[in-house]
Design a protein around this ligand. Structure first.
Ligand code: IDP
Ligand code: MG
Length: 149
């Protein structure tokens, strides 16, 4: 089983899309194992987006991401890193297909409502950055036996 880090960004929270986003991961069959509603510091966001530090939008992105609350979550499931990225759509909502979260729910690249780890290595790094070991819940969904062969 893989784990990935998903966050509803401040614009997604303000637009009341937390429930819709959780619903998509739940109904796909993924398992929520950690969640918290927090306002991150700008320093925290700079660490989170460190690989983008040379991009012109880095400073504005980190400032925006720390400007309001985010819903930070860790979801678990088979191949979840790749599948979650497919569920998100493209970075630019304008390139995202209908049916994807960004393709259905937002318009602008700087306000694309959701973050999802792009690789297994980044997922591990982001999960460790946002969550402590004691924040994970160990549980077995009643649906487990019907989701996996
Ligand atoms: P991702 O969120 O799809 O993984 P990244 O390339 O990792 O996309 O970029 C992180 C975030 O930075 C994007 O989700 C988006 O909010 C923002 N971003 C990326 N490219 C641009 C841009 O060209 N202009 C403004 N914001 C951008
Ligand atoms: Mg990314």
């Amino acid at each position: 089983m893989e784990r990935t880090f998903i966050a509803v960004k401040p614009d997604g929270v303000q637009r009341g899309l937390c429930g819709e986003i959780i619903k998509r991961f739940e109904t796909r069959g993924f398992k929520l194992i950690a969640a918290k509603f927090v306002q991150a510091s700008e320093d925290h966001m700079k660490k989170h987006y460190l690989d983008l530090k040379d991009m012109p939008f880095y400073a504005g992105l980190c400032k925006y991401m720390s400007s309001g609350p985010v819903l930070a979550m860790v979801w678990e499931g088979q191949s979840i890193v790749k599948l979650a990225r497919m569920m998100l759509g493209e970075t630019n909502p304008a390139d995202s297909k209908p049916g994807s979260i960004r393709g259905d729910l937002c318009i602008n690249i700087g306000r694309n409502i959701i973050h999802g780890s792009d690789t297994l290595d980044n997922a591990k790094r982001e999960v460790d950055l946002w969550f402590k070991a004691e924040e994970f819940v160990n549980w077995t969904p009643a649906t487990q036996a019907f989701l996996y062969e």
